[in-house]
Design a protein. Sequence first.
Length: 68
Amino acid sequence: MWLSGLHIPEAYLTALVQMSCRIKGWALDKSTLYTVVTQNRNPDFVKKKPEHGCYVQGFYLEGASWDM
């Protein structure tokens, strides 16, 4: 998912949390998002989707830099 291309990316992320909570039977108010940074720089290297959540690209940092 190209997250930066969405008008309101928070709505998409909220929907991901809600979907996972429904599938797993978790309480929505006890759930949260977490991020795992991969070494993949090219989306073509991703062969299958994760069990829950999604892979995103297009994050930008302001006032900082990222060191892979």
